[in-house]
Design a binder for this molecule. Structure first.
Ligand code: DLL
Length: 446
């Protein structure tokens, strides 16, 4: 698909929302250093756990003299937020806190992030800059189908959209029939949802005989909150005619709008004037040079409610410093295709669900709905991939299905090097999601 030229007004250094995106690198690094030094001093004075860890290493705020000195500082992790639940890492006094967001994770207590009004403004700024970069502006109607509430998806895109003067439809996730009705009736031009929930909306549209190109004004999808592949993006764009934009963020650092993909699709620009990125080797914890794959680490450099220093995201990606053709100077990271926690070890081989998705979606007769099932047996663990066949390709012809099954197996095998059992299932039989989807069922004995 050819990406349409964006109007000059929204994609230029003089646009009021985008101006920072194009800041020359030297003053940007000076600004980052200034904000980093400020944040380290702020956190040292107010967050006991951070002070204790700095003291144990003999590090004091004044030791941070250059950006490279960030490596002197201790890392932080999700478990710290859990251990210090609910508010042990709070920096600002309670009378400056205006909102909490929480993220549940897999077990036990959630993590809780207190935000000040300035934090909300910084986050809104990131979301507005992403939307602007996508070509969205006043006059657009944004259907926010991310969940509203403790999850940051709904309110993040809500504030970003309103900030730009767009008309926001705060519908949240669920009630998919009504999503389609309002999308058509209100002339929605952009939808914000997890990619997996948008697949569910696509199913519903098909069921109702609604063709996105013919019956709606939808042009943009603002997708994130879960790993998704280029193959998934191509499938969505091909079937609906919209442009599928990638938006990244996490509760601990702000919410959606920490980074977003620009029209040149070189990766996602990180709003580095607020969120300072590093890539580390997750085993040695040493910083890695640009271009190398590792764990993404963020330091917030303009947030007060919960200043996060060297926060290990568990997301795996690379950073790039090459100049992006869009002219933005903010560094680019590759699409986050995996979290280190999502890595499966199957028959001794490391496998990421995204690799399986990429293989499956190379076969046109397969729908983007799949499930990975792992079970213990007395011998080799059972490794099965269930995948839906498109309604057009589904048939009772056993030979046809067997041929398709073989092609799916070859596509997956060529990427992961293993031979899973491939089960082709009927359209609309695998679970759908209204938020983040769970595609791996791992019932193996731990
Ligand atoms: O998912 C915030 C968000 C909402 C981002 C809406 C984008 C859109 P959490 O629930 O704290 O916050 O989960 C954060 O989700 O560390 C990644 O593993 C994953 N994630 C978020 N965006 C993307 C993306 C929100 N675009 C965790 N691609 C992160 C891949 C993503 N993974």
């Amino acid at each position: 698909m050819v990406y349409p030229e964006l109007p000059h007004d929204v994609n230029s250094p003089t646009h009021p929302v985008s101006a920072m995106d194009y800041m020359p690198v030297e003053p940007l690094r000076a600004l980052q250093l200034h904000r980093l030094q400020w944040t380290v001093k702020y956190a040292y004075e107010r967050v006991p756990l951070f002070r204790k860890r700095c003291d144990e290493r003999g590090v004091r705020p004044e030791h941070v003299k250059t950006l490279a000195d960030i490596k002197l500082l201790p890392f932080s992790k999700k478990v710290d937020l859990r251990d210090e639940y609910p508010m042990g890492l709070r920096g600002a006094p309670m009378d400056e806190i205006v909102r909490f967001h929480c993220s549940s994770g897999t077990t036990g207590k959630p993590i809780c992030i207190p935000n000040t009004m300035q934090d909300i403004e910084v986050w809104k700024n990131g979301a507005m800059r992403c939307l602007t970069m996508y070509g969205i502006r006043a006059g657009d109607v944004i259907q926010v189908a991310y969940g509203y509430g403790l999850f940051t998806g709904g309110l993040g895109l809500h504030y970003g959209g309103e900030g730009l003067g767009c008309a926001v439809l705060p519908i949240s996730g669920g009630n998919t029939e009504r999503q389609i009705m309002l999308m058509r009736d209100l002339g929605v031009t952009a939808i914000a949802a997890t990619p997996s929930y948008f697949l569910r909306i696509m199913d519903e549209a098909k069921k109702q005989g609604v063709d996105f190109r013919r019956d709606t004004k939808l042009r943009h999808g603002i997708f994130g909150a879960e790993p998704w592949t280029d193959e998934m993006r191509e499938t969505i764009e091909r079937e609906t005619g919209i442009i599928a934009h990638d938006i990244y963020g996490l509760t601990e650092i702000a919410g959606p709008g920490v980074a977003g993909a620009c029209p040149h699709r070189t990766g996602l620009h990180i709003w580095e004037d607020h969120f300072y990125p590093e890539i580390i080797d997750p085993d040695t914890l040493e910083p890695l040079p640009d271009g190398e794959l590792g764990e993404l680490v963020f330091t917030t450099i303009s947030r007060c409610g919960t200043p996060m220093i060297r926060y290990r995201t568990r997301d795996l990606t690379r950073l790039h410093t090459e100049k992006c053709p869009c002219g933005r100077t903010m560094r680019v990271m590759d699409r986050v295709s995996a979290r280190s926690d999502d890595m499966l070890i199957i028959h001794g081989v490391n496998v990421f669900p995204g690799q399986i998705e990429a293989g499956l979606l190379r076969v046109p007769e397969v729908a983007p709905h799949y499930q990975i099932v792992l079970e213990s047996t007395d011998t080799l663990d059972r490794f099965e991939i269930k995948v839906e066949v498109t309604p057009e390709a589904f048939s009772d012809d056993i030979r046809h299905l067997e041929d398709l099954r073989k092609r799916v197996l070859d596509a997956v095998k060529s990427i992961i090097g293993l031979t899973p059992k491939i089960s082709l299932v009927e359209p609309n039989t695998l679970p759908r999601s209204e938020g983040k989807i769970k595609r791996v069922i791992d019932n193996r004995r731990k």
